[in-house]
Design a binder for this molecule. Structure first.
Ligand code: V1S
Ligand code: CA
Ligand code: ZN
Length: 396
């Protein structure tokens, strides 16, 4: 109420940054693509630019058992809390398959401190959501969150606890409707499933879709929520299935076109944006050709909608590109993007890792050979058409 009526709104524009350096101390294993130290790289670049002076910085706390079980099944959380292995060499030979809850395979290994890692990610996203609810932040950033594949009682695709679902549940205490947008190269299946049966959350995921060859294989254009018209969740899942090599121009135009229509019909009170950086060109797992410019234009567009905005991380498997994107997107949040030098500051620890010393590399700088673009204009037009038709069923 207070937010919608502009009461108690502090002067100025507040951005909060929720982060815990403990998170990056965890290791999934030597050959595993998920590298929590990409958060170290991001944080050090954000600090090197002095952006921390323009935000409220919070050391995020770990989510409590009660907070985790607000969504997750208690037997699953109990199990997560007890399965953590003893210290062991960090290699993938040491798998301890425990097919219960999909834990212990190569995607979701059991590593030392696993429960701590999950609760820190959840805690940061919950803190961020609460700052928005209290109207103390206009934008709240949690780069350690965005773990969109985790299910109520199952780990999946490097995700154990769905911090996004926990955060959206908080936002729903204050906002009648929350819009979830997911620009990770993978389908946001866990978040979609969690809110499958409600019309208070609309989920929109942009992803590579190839059911047989690309994880998780779900997210077809026609999958829009429960098929029964009596279920309020019908038409409240939007999927944007894409092919390899999509460019900034195509992606940005598709994103703005679709999100404009979604906002018009759904009229959310807050936006939750998952910014998985594996949709960038040169990602170890992703297949798109996005530059930091195209990826971050989605953040810029969401900011301009002037609604409470929570920003999560997510995937991203070429750490220096992840750090570039999330640093630039932090700059957009605080409105510094046009004022910071694109040359990476000399005093960045790890500067030698940024072999190309710009925050905004060109496609030639990222890749020798750009990926073949397999997205035709015809297909993209069809997608917009289908989404428009779905939206006819949404709203008053
Ligand atoms: N693509 C991919 C990929 N690579 C791996 C992987 C590679 C090396 C390892 F040591 C461990 C795992 N797993 C996958 C995918 C899961 C992708 C998850 C993306 C997560 C996110 O970015 O959206 C959010 C943080 N898993 C699979 O493709 C499943 C398999 C089917 C094939 C790969 N093997 C290792 C497991 C089973
Ligand atoms: Ca996605
Ligand atoms: Zn991903």
């Amino acid at each position: 109420f207070a937010h919608e009526h502009g009461i108690n709104k502090p002067k100025g524009y507040n951005v909060s940054f929720h982060y815990n350096p403990e998170m990056e101390k965890h290791h999934f294993g030597m050959t595993h693509p998920m590298k929590p130290w990409r958060l170290t790289l991001t944080k050090s670049l954000v600090s090197a630019y002095g952006m921390n002076f323009a935000m409220d910085n919070y050391t995020a706390r770990a989510a409590t058992y009660e907070e985790l079980t607000a969504y997750h099944a208690s037997d699953y959380v109990d199990h997560l809390a007890t399965v953590a292995p003893q210290p062991q060499p960090l290699d993938m030979e040491n798998l301890n398959p425990d097919l219960k809850f999909n834990l212990g395979g190569s995607d979701c290994p059991l590593f030392e401190g696993l429960y701590n890692y999950c609760s820190l990610s959840g805690g940061a996203s919950l803190d961020a959501a609460r700052k928005l609810c209290a109207n103390q932040s206009d934008i709240a950033i949690a780069w350690g969150g965005g773990l969109h594949h985790a299910k109520k009682a199952e780990a999946s695709g490097f995700c154990y606890i769905n911090d996004i679902v926990l955060a959206i549940l908080q936002l729903l205490r204050v906002h009648a409707r929350v819009l979830y947008i997911d620009i990770d190269v993978h389908h946001g299946d866990g978040v979609e499933e969690a809110f499958f049966s409600t019309d208070r959350v609309m989920t929109v995921s942009f992803h590579k879709y190839d059911p047989l060859n690309f994880f998780p294989g779900t997210g077809a254009l026609e999958d829009n929520g429960p098929k029964s018209e009596h279920n309020p969740g019908a038409h409240h899942a939007i999927n944007v299935p894409l092919n390899d090599g999509i460019t900034d121009e195509q992606y940005t135009s598709l994103f703005e076109n679709i999100i404009t229509k979604v906002i018009e019909k759904f009229r959310p009170g807050a936006i939750a944006l998952q910014c998985g950086a594996d949709s960038l060109a040169g990602d170890r797992l992703g297949k798109f050709n996005l530059l930091v410019q195209g990826h971050s234009s989605c953040v810029e567009f969401c900011k301009k909608l002037n609604l409470p905005l929570i920003i999560f991380g997510g995937g991203g498997y070429t750490p220096k590109n992840v750090a570039r994107a999330w640093t630039y997107e932090t700059a957009i949040a605080i409105g510094h993007q046009h004022h910071i030098p694109t040359q990476i500051p000399i005093h960045t620890p790890w500067r030698d890792r940024f072999k190309i010393d710009t925050l905004l590399p060109t496609i030639q700088q990222i890749l020798g050979e750009p990926r073949q673009n397999r997205n035709t204009q015809k297909k993209l037009t069809e997608i917009v058409q289908h989404v428009t038709e779905q939206l006819r069923f949404v709203g008053a």
